[in-house]
Each structure stands twice: as C-alpha cells, then as structure tokens.
Design a protein around this ligand. Structure first.
Ligand SMILES: *[C@@H]1O[C@H](CO)[C@@H](O)[C@H](O)[C@H]1NC(C)=O
Ligand SMILES: *[C@@H]1O[C@H](CO)[C@@H](O)[C@H](O)[C@H]1NC(C)=O
Ligand SMILES: *[C@@H]1O[C@H](CO)[C@@H](O)[C@H](O)[C@H]1NC(C)=O
Length: 705
C-alpha cells in the first residue's frame, strides 16, 4: 500500500470541488447498470466498467438489483467483478434462485480504490423469460489501514495507529518519537535546548539501556555571565572499546562541545562526576550505533554566576560589601576613610561603584584614597599662623592663630587652634570654621607711667608710655588728638573748623609714634581720608564749645606697635568720678614757659561738675567783657583748685585718659576743649565728655568703613 502524507490529502480535499469539474478526480459514488436496464438485456453483450474512487478508499459495491440468466458457474451470462485482473466474484441468477450465484445483500469491497466490472451475455436465449440485468451502486469507503494485516516489516505502525479518512498516521507512546520512516517509534532523546538555570538530562530510556542508533543532541545555553557545571550521577555507562591505545569511544559516545575548546568524548563505566564547564553554553551529543550496549547516563546541571576576582583592599578606604566571593552583577562601592578622598586617574570623584560584568571583569578598576587638605589658611593680619602638627595642610594638621601681642589680640583668647577637618575646613576645637581677626589692644601702653609719679605736676612722658598721642598740624597750627582705632583719630572739633569753615583734609597732618616733636614733625604724616566734625558743633564766636568733638579717618590703617597704640573708647557704663585722676598729655604743655618739644603728661583729677560750673560762673562775672563760653552736660572739668602752671596746658584736642579699674586700660574720657585763665587758682580745663558721644562715634565709624 502506498502511504500518502496526510497533509497532501487534506489539501486535496479542500480543492476537490475544482478538481471534480476537471474530472481528474474519481467520484466518491456512482451507479452502474446493465444496458437498457430496467428493460431486459440483449444477447451477445460484452461490456466493461472501470470504477475508481480516490486513493485511500475502497470501492464498495451494493447490488440494488441483479437478474441475470442463471447457469452453473454463470457459464452463459455473468457479471464479473475484478480487481487487478483477479476475480473477486462472478455473479448470475436472481435473489433466492436456486441456480446461479447471487451476491446477496452483502456489499462487496474491493481491496483498493478500483474495480472492474465485466458483463457478458451469450448469443442464445433459451428461455422465454427475459432477464432485466443489474443495477449497482458503488461508493468510496474509507480503508481502515490500521486494521490491515501486518506488512512484511512488522505492524503498520510500530506503536499506535490512527485511521483517518483515506489514510492513517502512526503515533508513538509518550517518551518515544516517530522515526523518519513515519512508522516505527524510538525512545525520545529528550534533547533540545535547555536554558533553565538548572535541570536534569539523561540518556533515552534511562535507567534502561540506551536504544541503538541514537543521535541525540542536548544544548545547555544560558545568558552570558553564567557558567554551567555538570554533575553526572554514579551510574554511568557508555560502551567503550579496548584498543591498542587503551579504551576508546569508538561506537558509542557522549561528546561534550564547549565553544573555543576541543570537543571531548566520554565513554566507559566511570562517572565523570562533577564537570565544570566554565562557559555559558555546552553541547552534548549522544551517539549509539546499531550494535553494542550502553547502560546510559544521567546528569544534573547547575549554573553559577561568573566570578570576578575579589577586589584588593584600598588603602585608607573601605570596599563594601565584603563578600568572600563576587559574582556577575554583584557590585562594590569604595568609600574613603574620614579625611581621604576618592581619586581615579588623577581626578577626584564623588563616589565609586563597580559591577562584576558577565565576562568576569570589574567594569572599573579600583580607585585610590588620597588624604585631603584644607588649603592654606587665611592669612592673619597683625598676627601669625604657626603650624602645630601635620604637613601640607593635610587632614588633621593643626595650626595656631596668634595675634601680634601685646598690640593685638584675638577676641577673648590669646591663641586659637584650628585643625583640618574631614570636610576640608579648618575648624577650631568647637568646630567653628570662621577665622578670627586680630583686634587692636587699646589703652595698654607697654611702658607704664602710673607708677612713675604719684604727685601732681608735669613730667616728660617716657617713650611708648602714651602711644595714643597724636600731633596734629592743621593749616600750620598745632593741636593734639588721640588714636582710637587703626583708621581713626579723635580730636576737638575746633581744631578742624576755623572761623566757621571746615579745614581742608589735605591741610590736616597727623603725626604719631614719637615723643620728640621735632623728630615727629619730620616723620611722614598719615594720610587723611576724611574729616568728621560733630554735626551740631557751631562755635561762631569762640563762645560755644558744645559738641567739640571730631573724627579723622585715615587713608591707611596703622599697624600698632609699642609707639602707636589706640586709646580705648569709653566703656558703656563709663562714670566720671570726682577726684579720680587721669592723664593729660601733649606737646604743648609748657615747661618754664617754653613750648616743650617733648611729650609731657600731667596727672589731674576730674572736678565735681558743680564746682566746675561755679568756677565758670565766677569767671563770667569777673570778665564780663570777655565772651566766656558756657558749660554744658557734654563737658566736664579737669584740674586742681589751687591751680598751677601745668594744670591746663595739654594740647587742645588731646586726650584726658582715665584708667578702667576693671582691666587697667586707659580710656578716652575727655578731649581738651577750652579753659579760662590757664593755671589760675580756681580755674579748670574744660573737656568734651566723650562718653556722651559713643553713639555718634560708633555711627560715624560704621558709616565710613
Ligand atoms: C552531585 O550530585 C550528587 C548526587 O548525585 C550530590 O551528592 C552532590 O552533592 C552533587 N555535587 C554538587 C557539587 O552539586
Ligand atoms: C571581610 O571579611 C573577612 C571574613 O569574612 C574578614 O576576614 C575581613 O577582615 C573582612 N574585611 C574587611 C575589610 O572588613
Ligand atoms: C558700635 O555698634 C555696634 C553695633 O551697632 C556695637 O556692637 C558696638 O558695641 C558699638 N560700639 C560701641 C563702642 O558702642
């Protein structure tokens, strides 16, 4: 029997309608009748019908009527059914007739899809009775190929047979597959591609011995970044042949192919056990020929992520996480210890992370941790920075800020230590990163005069004992003033306003730093930036010395030293206690009626304000013709009641300095303003009460920074 692939037949069925039109496909049924039927047939007939139905079918004949002259062996008239020239039946007679050979009610089947009918009659008709002939219906009948007898090679299908219209297909039990002959089944290889992370593979039929003629392929293939490990079970047996060169996998083998490596054949009775593949893919080819015996094999495979080398340690840094091994997709970070920064390729980086790649390499090489530095600390004006420890301003180096004592001090402290912190800032012990500045020390001369003379009267001022002393030269006239800041000089307003007109600042010369007036006047004077007389000072007729105060701003800040130091401004709680003694100083104090060329000083007490007022009033009465100025609360008197040649001779605009009992510093209590009858009994020097002007002084300085 010819086997027709079922799909071709299905195709035929679907286009049958067209094919029938062209008559190239046999009909599925039909009718064959004797000539003239249902009229009696004639003598001497010989007619043949070739009936065919589509392949895969049998022809089934159903005799709807048969009436042919009966004779022994249907000798005279007959209908013969032939298949392949073989007679399937020869019919004559009538139903129920004693003679002849009637097919009865049973249909007649041809072995295949064709039949030949031959109707023959003789030339004599011995009877009067006339016979009608026959009428046959034929139809295609599906062949049950499956129940056909075994072929010479064995059963039609070696395992399961499924009959279909016009054909059949062979099927295999689970675990078997149809071989190319489409008839026999072999144990399935169970091969193919394995891409699960783990799995089990075994030879077909395992643990039964392997079938012959196998060519099974198994491919384990995972994504890059994974490696495969095979673990063969102990029961491993593949036929090996002993040759001169030892056992050889000649006829049966399991071949392992790993990319870029020589394939390797396994056989014998010894399990390879654990076989690391070191690749993400491996192909296994199991081969048996038609002879020999292999008991088979089984293996479990697992996959591992590709391993990256453990990172080295980073000096002064930490690699996290700390695993004993690192695999594909693991990533590490590196953090530097406090005080260190991440560096890669000579550049600082903010953060570092590196991943183990699928090729087993880290995607970045390790960074380095370099010590940080805080940079040069800000220089300190009028002070020094001393390194204490460490070098190159590196992390944890410490430095000391120190002002040039005794002329400058750090606010409240003598030194301040700064350490380079992990945020690269210099920070002091409290964590403050603001650098201090050196503020001038005021009112503390390096040479003390307080102990020199206890009695009243003038004397030469030793060098550096009154370092705030200023010699003023305004448009040729000499006056006094005092240093109160590195840019500020304070004096009396009347020194800077002559006849109601303010002096030009270019004509104001400021000399400081010596007790010798001649030397001083030859020394370079300090440049004046601006003049600030008190806005309410208005002394048209030399009769109103109210608000007799002025400030001179210098162009450059003065650097203080023993010979030049500022006088303090009045403390907030300044009091002018009567009889308290202060120091008046100046180049104008006369000695034996000679203008001194050296700085002199006198210790004089503060006078009770009532006594002072009385003294002024008396003077007014005595000298009515003169325009005696009046006393205000912004003034106070200094001097002794008995008078004395030295009592009022300080340079106009110079300082009256009182000592602060709390810290021993001198402060600017007064500015010598005016007086009546110098050195006379009961007459005093009148001074501007500086404490009244704190706010103005402060404001002026603030506004003219
Ligand atoms: C290999 O398989 C055996 C069992 O067949 C098992 O005992 C052994 O632990 C496996 N080895 C590995 C490394 O998985
Ligand atoms: C990492 O872990 C191992 C043991 O697990 C330990 O010996 C080692 O000191 C650790 N390294 C770091 C840097 O913590
Ligand atoms: C000047 O004013 C500032 C702020 O207004 C203040 O901190 C400072 O103490 C004042 N100085 C004096 C001498 O009053």
């Amino acid at each position: 029997m010819n086997w027709t692939p079922p799909f071709i037949w299905l195709l035929c069925l679907s286009v049958c309608e067209c094919w029938r039109v062209t008559r190239s496909l046999p009909a599925l049924h039909g009718q064959v009748e004797s000539p003239n039927f249902p009229q009696p047939y004639q003598a001497s007939l010989s007619q043949q019908w070739d009936i065919s139905v589509p392949e895969g079918y049998q022809v089934q004949l159903s005799f709807t009527h048969l009436d042919i002259e009966p004779s022994a062996n249907c000798y005279y008239d007959s209908l013969t059914v032939l298949y392949n020239q073989k007679v399937l039946g020869k019919f004559c007679g009538q139903e129920n007739s004693a003679d002849g050979h009637h097919p009865g009610n049973q249909p007649l089947l041809s072995p295949s899809n064709s039949l030949t009918l031959v109707f023959q009659t003789d030339d004599m008709n011995p009877e009067q009775h006339q016979h009608l002939g026959f009428s046959i219906h034929y139809q295609a009948k599906d062949i049950d190929e499956c129940s056909a007898l075994d072929t010479k090679d064995g059963p039609v299908c070696s395992q399961l047979c499924h009959n279909t219209l016009g054909s059949y297909i062979c099927l295999c039990h689970h675990g078997y597959e149809l071989r190319p002959d489409q008839r026999t089944c072999v144990l399935s290889c169970g091969g193919g591609i394995f891409n699960e992370p783990e799995g089990t593979l075994s030879s077909p039929g395992y643990p039964a011995p392997s079938p012959h003629g196998l060519a099974c392929q198994y491919v384990i293939s995972l994504e890059l970044g994974f490696i495969v490990t095979l673990n063969f079970t102990d029961s491993f047996h593949i036929e090996s042949i002993d040759t001169q060169n030892g056992p050889s996998c000649l006829y049966h083998w399991l071949q392992m192919s790993i990319p870029e490596k020589e394939p390797q054949k396994l056989c014998g009775g010894q399990s390879p056990g654990l076989v690391p593949i070191n690749s993400n893919t491996v192909q296994l080819d199991y081969h048996t020929d038609w002879d020999g015996l292999s008991q088979g094999w089984s293996l479990h495979y697992t996959t591992q992520r590709v391993q990256c080398a453990s990172p080295m340690s980073v000096t002064n840094g930490r690699v996290t996480p700390n695993f004993s091994q690192y695999f594909y997709r693991d990533y590490i970070q590196v953090r530097c210890d406090d005080g260190y920064k991440l560096m890669m390729d000579g550049k600082e980086i903010k953060s570092y992370a590196s991943m183990c790649q699928n090729n087993g390499q880290w995607h970045l090489s390790l960074p380095e941790c370099h010590i940080i530095d805080c940079g040069e600390p800000e220089p300190l004006l009028n002070g020094q920075i001393t390194p204490l420890s460490g070098s190159q301003n590196q992390y944890k180096s410490s430095i000391q800020y120190q002002c040039n004592t005794p002329f400058y001090s750090l606010l409240g402290e003598s030194t301040r230590r700064y350490t380079c912190a992990k945020d690269r800032m210099w920070r002091d012990d409290l964590g403050i990163s603001v650098f201090p500045s050196c503020i001038p020390v005021c009112g503390k001369p390096t040479v003390s005069i307080s102990g020199i003379r206890r009695i009243m009267g003038g004397d030469r001022a030793p060098a550096n004992s009154i370092p705030w002393q200023v010699m003023l030269n305004v448009e040729g006239g000499r006056g006094g003033a005092m240093v109160i800041g590195d840019r500020w000089i304070m004096t009396a307003a009347h020194n800077l306003v002559k006849e109601g007109k303010p002096a030009e600042k270019d004509k104001v010369r400021v000399f400081v730093g010596d007790v010798d007036a001649v030397k001083l006047s030859k020394s370079p004077h300090l440049g004046v930036a601006s003049l600030h007389t008190h806005p309410e000072y208005n002394n048209q007729n030399f009769a109103n010395y109210n608000h007799d105060i002025a400030l001179i701003k210098l162009q450059q800040p003065v650097t203080f030293h023993a010979a030049i130091m500022p006088l303090c401004l009045p403390p907030e709680d300044a009091v002018y206690t009567s009889h308290q003694t202060g120091i008046v100083s100046g180049f104008g104090i006369k000695e034996d009626d000679m203008i001194a060329n050296e700085l002199r000083y006198i210790r004089l007490p503060v006078v009770d304000q009532n006594i002072c007022e009385t003294s002024i009033n008396e003077a007014k009465k005595e000298r009515q013709k003169e325009n005696i100025p009046f006393l205000t609360d912004n003034m106070f008197c200094v001097g002794v009641p008995e008078g004395g040649k030295d009592s009022c001779q300080g340079d106009s605009g110079g300082a009256y300095a009182l000592k602060n009992a709390r810290d021993g510093s001198f402060w600017a209590a007064g500015i010598f303003s005016w007086g009546v009858g110098c050195g006379m009994r009961g007459r005093y020097g009148v001074y501007t009460r500086v404490a009244k002007y704190i706010d103005w002084i402060n404001k002026t300085m603030e506004e003219n920074k």
